[in-house]
Design a protein around this ligand. Structure first.
Ligand code: F3S
Length: 662
């Protein structure tokens, strides 16, 4: 009988990492774990003997609590800390990645879909990170019956069964084509399931070792059973039955991610004892077990936690026997003096394994970020959708934008107007359109100007469609010219002609408005075809003819300014917007040939209002009348007449004229 042990049997990197954290702390004192670290009763007993005890109920205490690789919602860790516990995060970096995704996506207001077992601790933890509504899908029926509000994004439990996932995704994709599905299956799980399926296809009997509650072990059992081979799920050697091995030529042994090596070894030993012909020797089997399982290989994408940051490189714990090294150049395309400008200890980081030997694990985060970014940037380029990214550097001729890869923005494409100092953009988030893309040469050209123009066009169309003649809208004065003022009323500049700026005559728009001033403007005319809008400021101001009718009456003597001279008379401004006419005959007692002979523009004069016609918008004035001695009240006049000596005939006649004129 031949025994073949699965290459991936035993602890996965995530479980190994959580166990190591617990064991490190247990070396100095007792440790509690938030739930069992592994789904294996034998292993839990073993841990307890080392001072690592699983607990479910936490009241108050100062013990150290290690969170298991499944992770928890943020409220759980906060609660433990608030109760006084010293919390150590043993969450697998692949799970942490899901937490971060769910938190960030839900903050964008998107609905979250979790494909996984609703009551699985990992799924319970993921739920806690969502800040929006969510749906859990765990079957074809769930997928068919789910009501998912779009926009939404789906994440997948790291250890989910790949075949089942395929069926669920098929339904979700056909029902919700816009559902954003993010592959969060753990690569170790994928490899383990794939390899176990291959192993099951070539043996006569499969033994799968793992805890009864271990969901990833049950998935392995399902995979093996589906291949048709007799499969037994055992927790340890004590559950092996002799009769299973009758007429069996080849036995396959697989184990779940939380099965310790010594349990696998014990099972293999017993199987070897049953085995008596054509088998691998015990030594051979042991050799296989001695080999480190190969959770990673060159080309694998791994997620790990940054454990050390040096100026020129960082070290990352990916759950492998060696810490992964990422050199500064492989951390990002960005040129920095010190890696600490880009990452900090405790950050989660995704990287590709580039070199692997007995004593070196080298990785590149830049490669992963770039290849992910290419997909996103290509999509944005093809659909001309905007992207938001920080400006990281000023270079000759433009700016560098961090899109996960290097995006170059020529200086001429930074803004709608010329930008003198590009440094003001460094550190700012900018929204851009990708206008040129060449993968072969790693060339990405982006334009903020193109985005601003596009936005302006959209705003302009919207403004034109909603603008009503006769309405008053808000605007900002953009430009003053000799013939008027251009006012931005939302993506489009309307013109206030100089004649529409005020009720009075305006020589230049700057007398009334200044650039960047906010104004209310009246919409006179909209021409959507020509994209032209005529505006008026005058229409929003009080009508001076109403004012003059209220404040002045015929007979009043007032001050005014000569604003215009004609052959037939002079125009005198009474209030802005109302000019009255002093007929040439009303300028002086003397004969005046031409108004210009005695008056000049700009001169202040005293005028008497002869008549106000607000309907016809006409005011008649007289300087001659205003400069005469005003008529005294009748009584006073009489007493003066009685006691007066030396009053001239001219003065008397003047009074008489006054009376006759009135
Ligand atoms: Fe293990 Fe983490 Fe994958 S706990 S199975 S390495 S998600």
């Amino acid at each position: 009988m031949k025994v073949i042990i699965s290459e991936y049997a035993g602890f996965c990197p995530g479980v190994k990492r959580a166990l190591k954290k617990a064991e490190d702390v247990a070396a100095v004192g007792p440790v509690l774990t938030h739930g069992p670290l592994v789904h294996n009763t034998d292993m839990l007993a073993h841990l307890e003997a080392k001072g690592i005890k699983a607990a479910e109920d936490f009241q108050q205490g100062t013990d150290t609590v290690v969170l298991r690789s499944h992770g928890v919602g943020p409220e759980v860790a906060d609660d433990l800390a608030a109760k006084g516990y010293n919390v150590i995060d043993g969450t697998c970096p692949y799970v942490t990645r899901i937490h971060n995704l769910v938190r960030d996506i839900s903050r964008q207001g998107k609905h979250i879909v979790i494909i996984g077992k609703d009551d699985h601790p990992e799924v319970e933890g993921i739920k806690g990170w969502s800040e929006s509504s969510l749906t859990v899908v765990d079957s074809i029926e769930d997928a068919e019956g789910a009501s998912i509000p779009i926009p939404a994004a789906a994440v997948i439990q790291t250890t989910y069964n790949l075949d089942k996932l395929k069926d669920i995704l098929k339904i979700l994709r056909s029902r919700y084509p816009d559902l954003d599905i993010i592959d969060t299956i753990c690569p170790t799980t994928k490899d383990r399931q794939r390899e176990v399926a291959q192993l099951a296809a070539k043996v006569d009997l499969m033994l799968v070792i793992g805890g009864a509650n271990s969901s990833n072990t049950r998935e392995l059992v399902n995979i093996c059973s589906q291949s048709g081979v007799p499969t037994h799920h055992i927790q340890n050697k004590s559950q092996l039955e002799l009769n299973w091995f009758n007429n069996i030529q080849t036995v396959g042994i697989a184990a779940g991610a939380s099965t310790p090596e010594w349990i696998i070894r014990e099972v293999v030993d017993v199987v070897n004892e049953i085995n008596n012909d054509g088998v691998e020797t015990k030594e051979e089997t042991s050799e296989i077990l001695e080999q480190e399982t190969k959770p990673i290989a060159v080309g694998d994408i791994v997620v790990g936690e940054v454990v050390q940051v040096n100026p020129d490189e960082i070290l990352v714990d990916v759950g492998y026997k060696l810490e992964g090294l990422i050199r500064k150049d492989e951390l990002s395309f960005r040129r920095v003096d010190d890696c600490s400008e880009l990452v900090a200890v405790g950050d989660s980081i995704e990287a590709e394994v580039t070199k692997l030997s007995d004593d070196l694990l080298e990785m590149s985060a830049r490669k992963v970020a770039q290849s992910k970014a290419w997909t996103k940037v290509k999509e944005a380029f093809e659909n001309q959708t905007p992207l938001t990214a920080p400006v990281v550097e000023v270079v000759k001729g433009g700016l560098i934008v961090d899109l996960g890869l290097r995006g170059f923005m020529p200086a001429s494409l930074v803004d709608l107007r010329f930008v003198e100092d590009l440094n003001q953009f460094v550190g700012q988030e900018v929204t851009i359109l990708v206008i040129e893309l060449e993968r072969r040469r790693n060339k990405v050209i982006v334009s903020r100007k193109a985005y601003l123009l596009k936005e302006l066009e959209e705003k302009k169309s919207e403004t034109l469609a909603n603008l009503e003649e006769g309405s008053v809208v808000k605007g900002i004065v953009r430009r003053l010219t000799n013939f008027g003022a251009f006012v931005d009323i939302g993506g489009i500049d309307g013109l206030i002609h100089i004649s529409e700026l005020a009720h009075n005559r305006v020589e230049h728009p700057s007398e009334v408005l200044s650039e960047n001033q906010e104004v209310d403007v009246y919409v006179l005319k909209v021409d959507p075809e020509e994209e032209r809008v005529s505006l008026s400021l005058k229409e929003t101001l009080p009508d001076p003819w109403t004012q003059i009718g209220k404040e002045f009456k015929a007979g009043d003597v007032v001050e005014g300014k000569v604003v215009r001279l004609a052959d037939f008379g002079a125009f005198v401004e009474l209030i802005p917007g109302v000019d009255g006419l002093v007929h040439v005959s009303q300028i002086s007692e003397e004969h005046v040939e031409k108004p210009g002979d005695v008056l000049s523009v700009g001169e202040d004069v005293k005028v008497k209002i002869l008549d106000i016609d607000t309907q016809a918008k006409r005011v008649s004035l007289s300087i001659r009348e205003a400069t005469r001695t005003p008529r005294k009240p009748a009584k006073e006049e009489k007493s003066q007449e009685q006691g007066s000596i030396g009053v001239t005939i001219g003065e008397r006649l003047g009074n008489l004229f006054d009376q006759s004129d009135e």
